[in-house]
Design a protein around this ligand. Structure first.
Ligand SMILES: [Zn+2]
Ligand SMILES: [Zn+2]
Length: 77
């Protein structure tokens, strides 16, 4: 059985996420997000949805980007 990389749970419905050519195994999206999701450069929250990327930094929302002095970004739905 596949074992979750984050929590070690042995789960028959585990799934794999391939990132940068490497396969990772998780039992839940929560664990996948914990292991793989980028962190907002302003507030430190895990970005599970569409983030905003600027100059190599990633933000969870336009508000955070603005807080770091990035002004030309807009939230994309
Ligand atoms: Zn897990
Ligand atoms: Zn943020």
């Amino acid at each position: 059985m596949a074992r979750c990389e984050t929590c070690g749970n042995d789960y028959d419905k585990a799934f794999q996420v391939t990132m940068a050519g490497q396969a990772h195994t998780f039992d839940s999206f929560e664990c996948a997000i914990h292991a793989l999701a980028p962190v907002c450069a302003a507030c430190g929250v895990r970005i599970a949805g569409h983030g905003l990327e600027k100059a190599g930094k990633i933000y969870c929302c336009a508000h955070c980007a603005e807080a770091k002095g990035v002004t030309e970004l807009r939230d994309r739905a």
